[in-house]
Design a protein around this ligand. Structure first.
Ligand code: ADP
Ligand code: ZN
Length: 546
């Protein structure tokens, strides 16, 4: 703090300590605040949990510099908005919000305050929709502007303005008029989405003038990243119980039903878990959220509807029990762990076959908004996640950060990812012959017009003496037990790899109105293996290290 300089440093330091009760600034916070106080346009790119709010909340309470008057904060989510306003009020900062819940009476009261000369709030939070539609609000803003009492527009989650991103919001589009309607008012845009194209898009669409740009590394040093094979709920439960007993965590799943089901399974196994998804009623959501925040409920099993604006500092683990839809989303979701900067675990339970579900979701166009281009883009995003999961040789941090255009040297990971940890104990083996045997098995079943699943096929290959295999007479198949000496996890890897390489495919067959079954068939690359033109190497960690 001692080294800080600048025309407003005294006032800024004063509020940091007195108003916000903080000891020091995090990276880029002071610089962004100073630039704002000088009346410049500012763009802040900070990872989730980095401390974006302070960048606009602190200047909003300062009197010096170009900061007199009301700071208008455009924020996309009501939950986030009420949280922030409550937090500010607790610090005795006068802040109000306007959203679709605000009653006419409240609106009139807020309006009176904004018109009065002595009781103006420091911050006014609005949803983009409200800003776009409310004539009353426009009048108030016009009045403030003309009397020099409009300090700054803050666009939180600014990536919502970009059609490149996945969070594009119609009403954010309208924000380009702010510059034209209030040419003298500085704008500050903040986001945690670092995609280069999105950033450029934000700067252009908001018409920022020579902005002070603050970008920082997305590396979250306290998070441990790992990808492990998805086998059973039991394995996850025993991980949680042994590593994070009675600790707070989030488990992400892709479907509402699977959230409910998993939460129930976890409760049966003695964990304190609840589900959360978009189809729940408002009240129910609020209740679950409060129980989680207060620590009454430890684990939330949620769809990504549980997301933006969740600010709980001591989340010790974020688990993805289904494949995330994009690396961007994965980073944001894992970013909710360890906001207190203490160690936290981010674990992705990976099954290649989850990709099918994602691809189906992408094509299940509920609101009729998808185009061939948007489907293609989402497909690519899902495949990027697959590549991340399959790549067990490159440091996970390097891979995650590369997605944000950041070069990261694995030595800076300090073995805080499972690839770096495993690097020393991985062995690589040749499985060309085994791959061929598997494909021959599938080929023979296919010739016999038999429809079987990947699991079934693997059981036959392993020589599992189970009813499902015996019932089909497959215990008498020449390939039965051909892979009996291969450890189960390696066999799983082998099948996944063959699926990944398109040597095997899963064909979806509708068995009744609701259920699709996936049958395994030979894929386009199978012939290369069968003809001996293709080899297969697998890297894995032996259970008992060699
Ligand atoms: P973001 O919006 O970037 O996700 P927040 O503004 O919600 O992050 O801040 C994340 C957490 O970090 C909050 O709990 C906040 O109180 C805390 N925080 C922010 N700035 C500082 C600071 N300078 N010192 C200590 N804690 C901070
Ligand atoms: Zn690493």
């Amino acid at each position: 703090l001692e080294d800080l300089t600048g025309p407003h440093v005294t006032e800024i330091k004063h509020h940091l300590a007195r108003t916000f009760d903080l000891r020091s600034f995090r990276k880029n916070q002071y610089e962004a605040i100073s630039a704002a106080m000088e009346g410049r346009d500012v763009f802040v790119l900070m990872p989730t949990g980095g401390g974006k709010s302070l960048c606009f909340q602190l200047p909003a309470v300062c009197q010096g510099g170009q900061t007199k008057g009301v700071t208008v904060v455009v924020s996309p989510l009501m939950a986030l908005m009420t949280d922030q306003v409550d937090g500010l009020k607790a610090k005795r900062i006068d802040a109000v919000y306007l959203n679709s819940d605000t009653s006419g009476e409240e609106l009139r009261h807020i309006q009176d305050c904004l018109y009065s000369s002595h009781s103006k709030p420091s911050l006014l939070y609005v949803t983009p929709e409200r800003l776009k539609l409310s004539g009353t609000l426009k009048n108030v803003l016009g009045h403030l502007y003309r009397s020099g009492q409009l300090a700054r527009f803050v666009i939180d989650e600014a990536h919502c303005i970009s059609t490149w991103g996945q969070d594009f919001r119609e009403a954010y589009q309208e924000l380009h008029t702010l510059r034209d309607d209030y040419p003298e008012v500085p704008i500050m845009a903040l986001t945690a989405t670092a995609d280069r194209k999105t950033i450029d898009d934000i700067l252009v669409r908001l018409k920022l003038r020579d902005p002070a740009v603050f970008e920082q590394s997305f590396n979250r040093t306290n998070l441990f990243y790992s990808v492990v094979p998805k086998r059973s709920v039991e394995e996850m439960v025993s991980f949680i119980k042994s590593t994070h007993p009675n600790k707070t965590g989030i488990i992400y799943r892709n479907g509402r039903d699977s959230c409910e089901k998993l939460a129930q399974q976890l409760r049966q196994k003695g964990l304190n878990a609840k589900h959360f998804h978009g189809k729940m009623g408002k009240e129910e959501k609020k209740e679950v959220l409060n129980e989680w925040k207060s620590g009454k409920c430890h684990i939330i099993v949620a769809t990504i509807a549980f997301g933006m604006g969740i600010d709980k500092a001591e989340v010790r683990f974020v688990i993805h029990f289904d494949l995330p839809k994009s690396m961007d989303g994965y980073y944001q979701e894992t970013g909710r762990a360890g906001r207190d900067e203490k160690p936290a675990d981010c674990i992705l339970y990976y099954s290649f076959r989850d990709l099918q579900t994602i691809l189906k979701l992408i094509r299940n166009d509920k609101d009729g908004t998808s185009t061939p281009a948007s489907i293609e883009r989402q497909d690519q995003a899902a495949w990027a996640v697959i590549r991340y999961c399959e790549n067990e040789s490159v440091c996970r941090r390097t891979q995650v950060l590369q997605h944000f255009g950041e070069k990261f040297d694995k030595k800076d990971c300090h073995a805080r990812c499972n690839n770096c940890v495993n690097a020393s104990s991985m062995v690589t083996g040749d499985f060309t012959e085994e791959a061929k045997q598997v494909l021959e098995l599938v080929q023979s079943l296919q010739r016999g017009q038999e429809n079987v699943t990947v699991d079934h096929c693997r059981n036959v290959f392993k020589g599992a003496n189970i009813a499902a295999v015996r019932d089909k007479g497959h215990d008498r198949h020449p390939s039965f037990g051909a892979g009996k000496d291969i450890p189960r996890e390696v066999l799983e890897l082998l099948f996944n790899k063959l699926l990944y390489l398109d040597a095997l495919i899963e064909q979806s067959v509708q068995t009744n109105a609701k259920w699709h079954t996936q049958y395994v068939k030979l894929g386009s690359k199978a012939k290369d293996f069968l003809a001996g033109r293709q080899t297969l190497q697998l890297s894995y960690r032996p259970k008992t290290p060699k």
